[in-house]
Every structure is written in C-alpha cells, then in structure tokens.
Design a binder for this molecule. Structure first.
Ligand SMILES: Cc1ncc(COP(=O)(O)O)c(C=O)c1O
Length: 364
C-alpha cells in the first residue's frame, strides 16, 4: 500500500524553496571578510550599527528610531517587560496571532479582543470598548492578518489613527506580511498616519528565512531605548553574525528581486487555495486576501474545528486549532489555512480531503 502524503495546514512557515541560500553563502563570506570583527564581537543591543543605519535609511527614519531583535516576536516580549505591568489591559484584534496572545498573558496582561471584519477591526466596537477599558496598547496586524488574512482598509486605518490620538493609545503595528502583496494597492501604515503613537514592527523571517532571526521595531527613540535596555539585560547583543550577512545581502540589492520571487511563488498558491475552496467547499465562508501567508474559513453551521481536526488527522491532514486565536473564547468554526509552504497540487489535495472531513463531521 502506498503511503498517503501528510499535508500540513498548521503554522505559517515559508516554503523551503524560497530561501536565498546560494546568495547567503556568498554574502556570509563577503560579510566576514569585510566586517568580521564587528560581526563576531558584542555590541549595542539595538543592532549592528551599519545594519541599523541601512534599515533607518530604507524606512526614512533616524537610526535611533530602529531597534533590531532576534526575530520580531521577542521584541514584543521586551516591550511588555519595559512598558507594561501585570493587570494592564491590551487590546488585540479578535482573532489575533496566537503567540502574541500567549505572550501578553504570560505577562499577566488582560487581553481584550476587538472584533475583526474582512476590512479590519470593527471601529464602533473599538470605540465602545474604549469607554469600558483604558488599554495600554492596541496590537494590530493591518496587512494580511495572521490568522484571518484580513487587510485593514485605508478608512479604518485613518479611524484607528484618530482614535489613538484621542485616547493617547499606543499602537503596536505588526507588519511581517506587508511586502508580500500579490495584487491590489498598498494601504498606508499606521506608523505613517500617526508616528507619535505607533511602534511599527516587521521581520525578515518571511522575506529571507526564519533562520536569520532578524526583526526590527521603529518608533520613538526614547521608548525604543527602554525596550533595548531590556534586550541588553537579556542577551547583551542580538545575533550580529546574521546582521552582518543580512546587511551584505541588502547592500547587494537582493531584497527587491527576492520579494518578486516570493510573489511569483506564493500568488499561485493563494489562487490554488481559493479555487479549491470554491470547488470543494463552496458553502464555507473564506477570506479572500490579496497577499500574505493565510486565509481563513468560517466552517459551515454544525461543523466545529475541533471535530474537523480529529477527522482530518485520520486522513493525514493536519489542521491548526482555531480557538487559540480568540482571546475571549469563540472561534469554534474558525479555521486558518496557511498556504505558502504547500504546492498548488498539495493545496488542491488538502482541500479535497478537508471537504471529505466536513462531510464526515456533518454526517455524524
Ligand atoms: C503576525 C506575526 N508577528 C510576528 C511573527 C514572528 O516573527 P519573527 O520570526 O520575526 O519572530 C509572526 C510569525 O509567524 C507573525 O505571523
């Protein structure tokens, strides 16, 4: 009997074939030859100085407005230690990135979800929640949101920026998928709309590879200095070796062609996912993103993600738990589908199996 291939619709991992390995081999040797002493030594926790300067120049801010980290997620950890205390309230979108929710909870924060719609957070609900709570932070993923795939409209971004000003609310804008837009026009970042109230965060995890562990935060220099002090007291300096290699790669002009390569690789995977859903599960309500790593489904009435996962496991199909994305419960029929690490053929087969599982669960 031939083994049935396992298909994973679980976490948002990049495709192995997206990694620019050959370029990174060359850039490692060149970086060590040119800048080896600095790359191999301790240094300021904000990051290797010429990399910080490159990132600042790229983003149109001052170097002291950039704080790098070993990936972006850990910067949220340092932010919580530096700026928040147990019992503080943090707003997230509902649903939101499960690891961020876990991290906030670990700091003893009260996490309140603002209902998320296809075009971003529900603004009326946000305003209502602000009459009931005084959050220290609103964590938002405006572009190709993890887990839903939703992108916040320009109008809602402007509304959030105004609300942040009015309520003196700090926005943490997490944008690791922003540059992976496969079609349509970019919306402005929250950082561009209300820089004085926004910390903007992004990462090279989805642009180069998770292994470089390079993310960065931009914002007010004094706030970043506080967060950087926690980083220093934790790991002294971040991974300068990766900083040197990445800087070499960036200076060699590799970013723009890499983004084009990623779009060419991932856009057909998104299309395959949408086409397979239309073909096999037309009554599931899917988000239809224009980029990123995820789309999400609201399963048909009577089909829970928990039951579906159990049925899927029997068909060598691994699905993620939907509940972890909802800070205050709910999400019983929510299913995230990360499509980037699967080929279009695997996606078609995975959704075909998913449809069988939906039938199994309905027929119970
Ligand atoms: C919204 C979001 N933020 C942060 C991260 C973590 O990124 P990094 O690898 O830079 O820590 C991810 C990874 O999936 C993510 O989806």
């Amino acid at each position: 009997m031939s083994a049935v291939e396992t298909i994973n619709f679980t976490r948002g991992v990049p495709a192995l074939e997206s990694f620019p390995t050959t370029d990174l081999i060359q850039c490692s040797a060149a970086a060590l030859a040119a800048n080896g002493d600095a790359m191999l030594q301790y240094g300021p926790s904000a990051g290797l100085a010429p990399l910080r300067a490159w990132l600042a120049d790229w983003q149109g801010v001052k170097p002291e407005q950039v704080l790098t980290g070993n990936g972006s997620l850990e910067l949220v950890e340092f932010l919580c230690t530096a700026l928040l205390k147990p019992g503080d309230v943090v707003f997230t979108e509902n649903p939101s990135y499960d690891r961020a929710i876990t991290l906030f909870r670990r700091h003893g924060l009260t996490v309140i979800g603002v209902p998320l719609e296809a075009d971003g957070p529900n603004i009326d609900a946000l305003e209502k929640l602000l009459t009931q709570h005084k959050p220290k932070l609103f964590y938002v993923i405006p572009d190709f949101q993890n887990p839903s795939g939703a992108t916040c409209s320009g109008a809602k971004r402007r509304a959030i920026a105004e609300i942040a000003k009015k309520h003196e609310l700090l926005l943490l804008e997490d944008a690791p998928y922003r540059m992976l837009r496969y079609r349509g026009a970019q919306e402005p970042t929250l950082f561009s709309l209300v820089p004085e109230r926004t910390l903007h965060m992004t990462s090279f995890t989805k642009l180069i590879a998770p292994g470089v562990r390079l993310g960065f935060m931009m914002g007010d220099a004094a706030v970043l200095a506080k967060i950087g002090k926690v980083a220093e007291d934790t790991y002294i300096s971040p991974g300068y070796f990766a900083h040197g290699v990445t800087l070499e790669w960036l200076k060699a002009g590799k970013l723009a062609p890499q983004i084009e390569k990623l779009k060419a690789l991932y856009a057909p995977r998104l299309d395959a996912c949408l086409a397979a859903l239309d073909k096999y599960i037309p009554d599931a309500v899917a988000t239809r993103p224009d980029g990123g790593f995820f789309l999400s489904l609201t399963l048909p009435q009577g089909v829970s993600t928990t039951d579906l996962r159990a049925a899927a496991a029997k068909r060598n199909l691994n699905l993620a738990d939907g509940l972890a994305f909802f800070p205050q419960g709910g999400g019983e029929r929510f299913l995230r589908l990360p499509f980037c690490a699967l080929t279009p053929a695997q996606i078609d087969e995975g959704i075909r199996r998913l449809a069988e599982c939906v039938r199994d669960v309905r027929g119970k």
